[in-house]
Design a protein. Sequence first.
Length: 165
Amino acid sequence: MKLKKGIFVLILFYPFLVYGQDQDLVKKYMDALEPAMSNKTMGVSSPSLTMHLEFEYNSAKLTPDATRYLESLAKALQGGSLSRYIYAIQGHTCNLGKKDYNQKLSLKRAESVMAFLSTATGFPKEQFEVEGLGDTKPVVANDTEENRQKNRRVVIINTMKLFNQ
């Protein structure tokens, strides 16, 4: 049996998620992306959140667990004033493998998240800016498997730019 490679989770200061509390999760996502926030999270200026999303091994295909997180995120983006903004989706990897491959994989994973969110929210794809950063912006040293797992992540950023439809 192959283990799935994942991307580290940290949603502001709440790293453990409970599936049964979907409304709480939606609220936490809304709070994380709210324009009034100005904290720093995982090296990215807020309002942003870093998500744990599992993909099939060596692939950009989302697992069922990943889609549950993204469904909650989609609900959050549709709430309140959040639907008016443009969102950046950044894919990141650890340093294992070739740089070119990691960059392409991180981009494909960010695009997979964008496609899911666009469908789930009804937002046009132009409302998302997608970027694959590979292993260029680690949040910790890639010296242990635990740290490499932290560097495998997707970051969602409210760009604070209004989307004009």
